[in-house]
Design a protein. Structure first.
Lengths: 275, 908
């Protein structure tokens, strides 16, 4: 929709050109959320497109995802055969409530910064041990785990004027065996629970719970637990008040689905676990 | 800035925060539609450098140097793109408002996406069709009959006349026109559920450049009205001012700003300083009648047609035939339960709004998205004390209605603004305003008691209904009466009792909605029939056969009605029950489901009067034109209901010609005559009768002229193949047109219909469902619908109405839910939080028609557009009960709502 209070758009091309953050500013990445709701408190957009950050960079140790990388670009990444967790990328893209048309515009960074419980890019990058690089408003830089970055429903660790620059995924995480489960109230609705389990070569299980909880929660097990140990751990680590409540799912059901999907993941990974 | 749209360069610059959607429309590309303006519905889809995007989410400046293709440019110079032709062949649209975005999305799907349409099309909402015809378009199916002989159109699957324009993005909806010097209106809305406006300081708002006027209750006529539009004004209470000094729900309009731009109007709205004196608010309808409850309309009396303002009662009814209590005490089996139906929104993709101006002769013109142009004209004439011929209200194509546009929500403000500023004005509601400030379905609590004897004969039926009409009583009474009428009149039962209360609350008003109260009571009555049958070990089909009215049986619901004009013009309920039972029993693919899935069947039936009570009027005119075709003028509006198609079929059949020879003009008060409006499924049953009568009269005129020339008896002449024929003699319409020119007087016929007597139509819905006892998920394995529509005027369209009704009702039964918090605020006023059925959510429904011919309706036809909605939630509830053994009494039947009871019964 038209954002009628916007009077200017800044187009910085380098970090040095980023304008001094003032009240009424907003970063513009894809804009798919920004333009979807009235933003009467805003007067200036700072367009990140002309910074021309490379969308995806692969090094020996990391997959770097620019905050401005679109969902479609990430989904289109051709992954090497050894990245056993690669199917998670498409699975998480498909978990978007929005269709493939929005993926062409919406960005990975935008999804993280929105910090909705159902943000599937949060699920993906948190499960794969992603690390955020934040350009601090004061000119500095900060690194923080994705799992720590999102602190609640539409809450995160960005301070005023901070800018999420990129997310780095360790290649080692992409080489883990992974299992994905998601459920919503409608066949292609917003995620009410989205769980990802991944198994390291040493047998470590990481279970990442998203969508059902107000923030991503990761549980780590040195080896694949049995069903009751898994259940106990989830009940112990995820207090009832952490389960999200809104029109897309009641907390009691979200909790039950979390337990159920976790067990399905455990069961699926059982075959892949080192004995 | 430079960009290329449909191959043409443009150099205009957008505003800083402008989105591509409005920019493209400002450049004249009206095929780009606004459904939600928030990226959720896909109506604004365009191709940006060949890739489909939602243009409402794209900052317009990002189109710099890029190529945009809108629906108007898709076909190029050659006319239609193959996908446009496919949508035309399949008739993959009804109102057509989503069609441009749907087609542009479909052209961009790759082969993989086309194998998974549920996912591929999840970003495109169609509110009308139920998606089957859209899938047909993608499969290359044709659903239209071609090469139809003159006089043979009725009963055939003719395509909608607007189709070619709809698929090319040329069909003009409410805002698809350019008006110079247009001013824009924005509304300041109340943040309080109940408050008195003490003062409004306009000074800061008026100081904004470009602001022409700020209109408040001080500027508005004091006359009390209802936003509801009915032929008879006495059906609704006078409890509403167009701008009031008391606000009674969050979202009620407080002031209207008229400005050069929407931006200036919005800015001025934010700068209005309103001093409110807060009043106690009543949100919970259960508390409305309790002593000490806040009174919402303290000054209204029965003289205003408010039943009991002190008890917050907009309307009430009580009645009993026989003795229900005594009958229940001696019945073999009884059932009692309370059901709750929730609040849902019409979600027509075109929001409310309109354009208005004064023309050179001083006539107030209002171009608006309405189902009721003539009744709106009457209201504007009354409110502003204008002579009726100084007001013109009209619509071209309307982007969906579903009852929501049987109201006057914007036209009064448009008129006020035009009269104050004498400038052309526009008011286009946002999607959020649709949710918080128009109307919804009436939420209802329905308590039912029912009994039957050992043979399964009903002994008693009792309904107690509490209907929440919200802050105003538009449609409060008629919906309540309707909910208590056909729902029990369809059953023979010696003892019946009803109590109904329509109560005010400080919430967004409820209003007319497809089904008009019946869906809310049917989930109770149809559940009771099933529960009694289960106790007796009788099949639900058999139970119904033993109790439904048969042709000739009195159709009774207490208290005694003052309307005695409903008769069995035809009767097909027995066939409908048979058709559904047979189809449900037929072999089909066996679902491959784990034992966690519980499977069950359910059905529900509905009877509906074929027109509203107390008169529903329609005039039609038809004249032979110079080209030997016919000009047909009707008042009824087209918003996807298909009446434009059917009126032409009726006229063409009666006049022995083909539909392409019928030029239709519609829904414009300037054309003369009167039409109550397109509601209560009256567009065909009532207005169609008027068209038939007009065509019959013209046929007689033509025969008389020929008989005069041939010196023979008129009765010996017939119309055949575009001519009057008697034996071997033939006078072609071309000759008659020439004759008319020579004598200086056209051949013309007029017809009218008063909407009485009325007949009854029937629908039966069957579902087979699977419910996962571990997750609460629900799958529809089979959906079967049988409809008694009399002689089916257009099988393709009628099927579409049934499918669309089932889909819309499934939305309400499974997903859609407006949530209002303790303060009275709608918490989810956007599509992403109000899940409309998308392609993936709607099963294919097998549709069957009873073979009947109605003695009342035009050419044997009956109405069929709102009733398919009615039995759906009830049938689904019955199927879930059959599958799980649990009676769920409050839709929507979402997994998180089903889950607690499933866990209690089946464990983890």
């Amino acid at each position: 929709m038209d954002l009628n209070t916007i009077t200017t758009v800044a187009h910085p091309q380098t970090r040095a050109q980023l304008p001094i953050w003032t009240a009424g500013d907003a970063w513009l990445a894809g804009g798919t959320w920004l333009f979807s709701e009235p933003q009467v408190h805003l007067t200036r957009l700072i367009d990140l497109a002309d910074l021309k950050w490379p969308a995806l960079t692969v090094t020996e140790s990391h997959l770097g995802i620019a905050a401005t990388c679109t969902v479609a670009q990430l989904d289109g990444l051709v992954c090497p055969p050894g990245w056993f967790a690669a199917p998670l990328i498409n699975q998480c893209c498909r978990a978007f409530l929005a269709s493939f048309k929005i993926w062409k515009t919406a960005t990975v960074g935008g999804n993280l910064c929105m910090s909705l419980p159902a943000g599937p890019m949060i699920s993906l990058t948190a499960a794969l041990d992603g690390v955020c690089t934040i350009w601090k408003a004061d000119g500095g830089e900060q690194k923080i785990q994705v799992i720590e970055f999102v602190t609640g429903n539409q809450r995160n660790r960005l301070a005023t004027g901070d800018l999420l620059r990129q997310i780095d995924i360790p290649i080692a995480a992409l080489k883990r065996r992974a299992a994905f489960r998601q459920i919503s109230l409608a066949p292609v609705g917003r995620s009410a629970a989205l769980l990802i389990g991944s198994l390291d070569t040493d047998g470590t299980l990481k279970l990442t719970v998203t969508a059902s909880t107000v923030r991503p929660i990761q549980l780590s097990f040195p080896k694949l637990p049995n069903a009751s140990a898994l259940r106990d751990a989830i009940e112990q680590h995820i207090a009832d008040e952490l389960y999200h409540t809104d029109i897309h799912g009641k907390p009691l059901w979200r909790k039950h689905m979390t337990l159920r999907l976790a067990e399905e993941i455990r069961d699926e990974l059982l075959g892949a676990a080192p004995s | 800035m430079s960009l290329d749209v449909n191959g043409k360069p443009f150099s205009q610059a957008p505003r800083a925060g402008q989105c591509l959607r409005t920019f493209l429309r400002e450049l004249g590309h009206f095929g780009v539609k606004k459904g939600c303006d928030a990226g959720d519905c896909g109506a604004c889809t365009v191709l940006l450098d060949g890739e489909p995007v939602h243009s409402c989410l794209i900052p317009a400046f990002r189109a710099e140097g890029r190529a945009v293709t809108t629906i108007e440019g898709l076909g190029g110079d050659s006319g239609a793109h193959p996908m446009q032709q496919a949508f035309l062949d399949a008739q993959g649209f009804q109102c057509g408002f989503c069609t441009a975005g749907m087609i542009l999305t479909c052209v961009s799907l790759n082969q993989a996406q086309r194998t998974d349409l549920g996912v591929a099309l999840k970003g495109n909402i169609c509110r009308c069709t139920g998606y089957r015809s859209i899938e047909d378009a993608l499969l290359g199916k044709s659903n239209v009959d071609e090469n139809i002989d003159p006089g043979a159109a009725f009963g055939r699957s003719l395509p909608a006349p607007a189709g070619p324009d709809v698929v090319r993005g040329k069909a003009r909806y409410t805002f698809d026109t350019q008006i110079d010097g247009l001013l824009h209106i924005k509304l300041l809305r109340s943040p309080h559920a109940h408050a008195k406006i003490v003062a409004i300081d306009k000074s800061a708002a008026l100081s904004i450049p470009g602001v022409h006027a700020v209109l408040t209750h001080e500027d508005a006529p004091t006359v009390l009205i209802s936003t509801a539009r009915h032929e008879r004004d006495w059906m609704d209470p006078e409890d509403t001012r167009i701008l009031d000094d008391v606000v009674r729900f969050i979202g009620q309009k407080v002031a209207a700003v008229v400005a050069d731009s929407e931006a200036a109007a919005e800015d001025a709205c934010r700068r209005l300083k309103v001093d409110y004196e807060l009043l106690p608010a009543l949100i919970d309808p259960e508390k409305a009648m309790a002593p000490g409850a806040p009174v919402i309309h303290p000054d209204r009396t029965t003289a205003n047609r408010v039943a009991d303002a002190r008890r917050n009662l907009a309307a009430e009814t009580h009645g009993e035939f026989g003795d229900v209590a005594a009958a229940l005490a001696t019945s073999a089996v009884t059932y009692e339960a309370t059901f709750h139906s929730h609040r849902v929104q019409h979600a027509a993709l075109e929001t409310h709004g309109g354009l208005a101006w004064l023309d050179a002769s001083g006539v107030l013109n209002v171009r608006t998205s309405t189902q009721v142009p003539f009744l709106t004209r009457r209201a504007l004439s009354d409110i502003f004390e204008l002579p009726i011929d100084k007001v013109r209200v009209f619509c071209e194509r309307v982007g969906g209605g579903f009852g929501g546009k049987q109201e006057m929500f914007v036209e009064d403000i448009l008129a006020l603004a035009v009269l104050k500023t004498e400038r052309p004005v526009k008011l286009e509601l946002t999607r959020e305003e649709q949710f918080i400030a128009t109307s919804t379905r009436h939420p209802m609590r329905v308590h039912i008691k029912a009994g039957a004897d050992a043979d399964g004969r009903l002994t008693a039926l009792q309904l107690n209904v509490l209907s929440n009409t919200g802050a105003y009583g538009n449609h409060a009474g008629p919906v309540m009466f309707h909910s208590l009428s056909e729902s029990i009149a369809v059953y023979n039962c010696p003892n019946k009792k009803v109590d109904g209360y329509a109560v005010y609350t400080n919430t967004v008003p409820a209003g007319a909605f497809r089904g008009y109260g019946l869906p809310q009571t049917l989930i109770a009555t149809e559940a009771a029939i099933d529960e009694l049958a289960r106790q007796l070990g009788i099949s639900p089909y058999e139970m119904r056969r033993r109790n439904v009215v048969r042709s000739g049986d009195p159709m009774l619901s207490p208290p005694p009605s003052e309307f005695h004009d409903v008769l069995y013009g035809s009767y097909g309920l027995d066939q409908c029950l048979d058709l559904v039972e047979r189809a449900m029993r037929a072999d089909g693919p066996q679902p491959d489901l784990s034992p966690e899935w519980l499977i069950g069947d359910g059905l529900a039936l509905t009877m509906i009067d074929t027109a509203p009570p107390a008169g529903h009027l329609a005039d039609a005119m038809v004249a032979l034109n110079d080209e030997a075709g016919f000009d047909l003028t009707v008042g009824t509006a087209e918003f996807g209901n298909g009446t434009s198609t059917v009126h032409r079929q009726i006229a063409a059949t009666t006049l022995a010609t083909t539909v392409d020879r019928i030029r239709l003009r519609q829904s414009d008060t300037a054309h003369g005559g009167h039409d109550t409006g397109a509601y209560g499924s009256a567009g065909m049953f009532v207005a169609g009768k008027a068209t038939h009568a007009a065509a019959m009269q013209l046929a007689t005129e033509l025969k008389t002229a020929a008989a005069g020339a041939w010196l023979c008896d008129v009765g010996s002449c017939t119309l055949e193949s575009e001519a009057v024929v008697r034996g071997v003699r033939r006078m072609a319409f071309v000759e008659l047109a020439k004759l008319a020119r020579e004598r200086g007087q056209p051949f013309a016929g007029t017809g009218n219909s008063s909407g009485t007597p009325r007949s009854v139509g029937f629908n039966v819905q069957g579902f087979r469902v699977a419910v996962n006892k571990g997750t609460g998920e629900l799958k529809i394995l089979r959906s079967v619908h049988a409809a008694d529509a009399g002689v089916v005027a257009n099988p393709m369209q009628c099927r579409g109405q049934v499918e669309g009704g089932v889909a819309q009702a499934l939305g309400a039964a499974l997903y859609e839910e407006m949530v209002i918090d303790a303060d009275g605020r709608v918490t989810n006023p956007k599509f992403r939080d109000y899940h409309l059925p998308s392609f993936a959510d709607v099963p294919r429904t097998e549709v069957f028609f009873a073979e009947t011919s109605d003695t009342v309706g035009p050419l044997g036809a009956k109405s069929m557009s709102e009733s398919p909605y009615n039995p759906v939630a009830a049938a689904l509830g019955n199927a879930i009960a059959d599958a799980t053994g649990i009676r769920f009494t409050a839709p929507p039947f979402k997994p998180d709502r089903l889950f607690p009871a499933l866990r209690d019964k089946f464990g983890n």
